[in-house]
Design a protein around this ligand. Sequence first.
Ligand code: FES
Length: 111
Amino acid sequence: MFKIVAQGKTITCSEGENLRLVLIRNDIDLHNGKAKIINCRGIGSCGTCSVEIEGSVSEANWKDKARHSFPPHSPEKNRRLACQIKVHGDLKLTKYDGFWGQGDEVVWTAE
Ligand code: FES
């Protein structure tokens, strides 16, 4: 089991679990505002599940790279699509503002 620290909570998951599903299952506010309702449900197209991750996860796939390569996201920011990630270790997460989580203001951190 791995520990994920997000929005002040510590939750656990198994090797290879999908990060978005783990966060939603544990009532972490992965999506900001109306993006809670208006999102792609994890197919990797909307970009609203973007988070900053510290820890071991799967390599960025083409959807993750593509979505973060054009606005409002930026490839300069160290963000990943939670829905495209398999967990491979303990993680600390940070969520930023904006509909897509593309902003520079922190919404919540690990602690
Ligand atoms: S939920 Fe839409 S890209 Fe992840």
